[in-house]
Design a protein around this ligand. Structure first.
Ligand code: AMP
Length: 415
């Protein structure tokens, strides 16, 4: 049994749910965050996906709202704000699992839905659902319509705060907060602690407990390797890896949607079980692709960074970075899809002669040199690896990924 969670103060109903999910002992972030939240403290945690951060806030929140009655009948009791609908769905699923033996109900609220789901969301928001997991824009639409009962809100969680800032959600978040009671507990999770995050923390948190879990480094269990090569060698190498590796669940990342689509088509032609995942897909299509991948009906998923953060697919044994992500943090998130919660996994990155400079930035961020593997001889000669070489960064950010106020257009990115 997951008795170690009881030692942290978590009640028996939840411990049974945790046990059914197969967790045996708390991860470091859970060890630190759970007692702090139960002690009524605000928390700011620097932790990346894969550390168990979701359970670190869900467990104490559900524990408190199960133990004590609501401050205000019918009010939402906890609000979790997240950058993407995938993350909202994933957190909701984890919550449903952990809270299975409790009477707590939850609902994800996200954009891009039709009128029927808007109404469904509205009814969940107004009929005593205790925990709402929402993306900022859609939540704000509901709040602005005036019917969302927030008076008795006890917990606000800002998850992946750095990602939300990147996506231009800061104003929406600040506006959302104006609808919430000041007398609440606020928990903020972020993979990085950029100055903007600290500033937001100052505004919304009250004397928080600070928790830092291994800043921006892929989990220890990941076997990271890289190939230095020319662009035309990428597809043959990919074929070689897919055919010679016995990995059953493979996630391939490419930076652009066009590349993702092309690559998926190419691999399908070569006889692989593969699907593409990117922001052009409708929500239903995304969900059915994810389901097929989770259920092992597909061996390979080719995706943009849309799925690199927050998506909970267990047992991915191989991540392939078909290109070097422009944002070093994305590397950490991509690689974080494997070896979750200390399991083993492998991550392979293709570094073209154009991308060595970018990869050098990644190696600096993770404070580690990633071993370079040799290409099979038949694929021909390769460039030498010089981390300072390759494309120069232009405006400091890749096109379309501008942060607000960065002068590069700002706004939300669709990948
Ligand atoms: P997260 O960082 O919240 O995205 O969690 C990463 C993964 O670890 C998810 O697949 C969780 O289901 C899993 N996980 C979270 N906490 C634990 C735990 N205490 N023991 C084992 N697995 C866990």
């Amino acid at each position: 049994m997951a008795e170690e969670f009881a030692r942290l103060g978590i009640g028996q109903d939840l411990v049974e749910g945790i046990d059914a999910m197969g967790y045996r002992s708390p991860t470091p972030i859970q060890e630190q965050a759970i007692p702090a939240v139960l002690d009524h403290r605000d928390v700011i945690a620097c932790a990346q996906t894969g550390t168990g951060k979701t359970a670190a806030f869900i467990l104490p929140i559900v524990d408190v709202i199960t133990r004590y009655g609501p401050r205000e009948e019918g009010s939402i009791r906890a609000l979790v704000i997240v950058p993407t609908r995938e993350l909202a769905l994933q957190i909701d699923q984890q919550l449903q699992g952990m809270a299975y033996y409790t009477p707590i109900s939850s609902m994800p609220v996200y954009g891009g839905s039709d009128a029927a789901s808007f109404d469904q969301q509205k009814s969940a928001l107004t009929s005593g659902t205790e925990v709402i997991i929402a993306t900022p824009g859609k939540l704000l639409s509901h709040l602005n319509l005036g019917y969302v009962p927030t008076k008795g809100l006890e917990f606000l969680v800002l998850d992946e705060a750095d990602r939300m800032l990147d996506m231009g959600f800061i104003e929406d978040i600040q506006r959302i907060i104006t609808f919430l009671p000041k007398d609440r507990q606020t928990l903020m999770f972020s993979a990085t602690m950029a100055p903007q995050i600290r500033q937001l923390a100052k505004q919304v948190l009250h004397d928080p407990v600070e928790i830092t879990i291994a800043l921006s480094k892929p989990a220890e269990g990941v076997d990271q390797r890289a190939y230095v090569l020319y662009v035309p060698q990428k597809r043959p190498l990919l074929e070689h890896i897919l055919n010679s590796n016995d990995a059953k669940c493979i996630l391939i990342f490419a930076g652009r949607k066009t590349e993702v689509k092309d690559l998926a088509r190419y691999l399908k032609k070569k006889g692989h079980e593969v699907a593409a995942m990117h922001s052009d897909l409708e929500q239903e299509e995304r969900e059915s692709v994810m389901l097929a991948f989770r259920n092992r009906k597909l061996r390979i998923l080719v995706a943009t960074d849309v799925v690199s953060r927050g998506i909970d697919i267990d047992d991915i044994d191989l991540v392939i970075n078909y290109d070097v992500p422009r944002d070093p943090e994305d590397y950490v998130h991509r690689v974080g899809r494997t070896a979750r919660a200390a399991r083993k996994g492998a991550a392979v990155t293709f570094i073209s002669d154009q991308d060595m400079r970018e990869f050098g930035r990644i190696e600096r961020l993770i404070e580690r040199e990633v071993p370079k593997a040799e290409l099979p001889k038949e694929l021909g000669p390769v460039p030498g690896y010089v981390p300072g070489e390759g494309r120069k960064k232009k405006s400091g950010r890749r096109p379309g990924s501008g942060r607000p106020n960065s002068g590069s257009g700002g706004g939300r990115r669709r990948r």
